[in-house]
Design a protein around this ligand. Structure first.
Ligand SMILES: [Zn+2]
Length: 79
């Protein structure tokens, strides 16, 4: 896979998969399964980070990196 600056269909599908698992686990502070969250993709020169930002009624606010892809100097995905 060659790196692009915009999220690809593959990115969206990776994000959806890891999100389902993260939402299933619930809030990491209180375990509540009902909380507000946002999913995001951080695209940097050498990496893509799949982010999960949680804002729970218990007061917990945190960002988790659910998955990451790293790229070499040629923009190719590293194994
Ligand atoms: Zn909580």
């Amino acid at each position: 896979m060659i790196k692009q600056d915009e999220p690809t269909i593959e990115d969206i599908s990776i994000l959806e998969n890891v999100l389902v698992a993260a939402v299933d686990k619930g809030c990491r502070e209180c375990g509540n399964l009902i909380f507000t969250y946002q999913a995001g993709l951080s695209i940097e020169k050498e990496s893509k980070l799949y982010l999960f930002s949680v804002d729970c009624a218990c007061g917990a606010e945190y960002v988790e990196i659910l998955d990451a892809r790293y790229f070499d100097d040629n923009g190719n995905e590293e194994e």
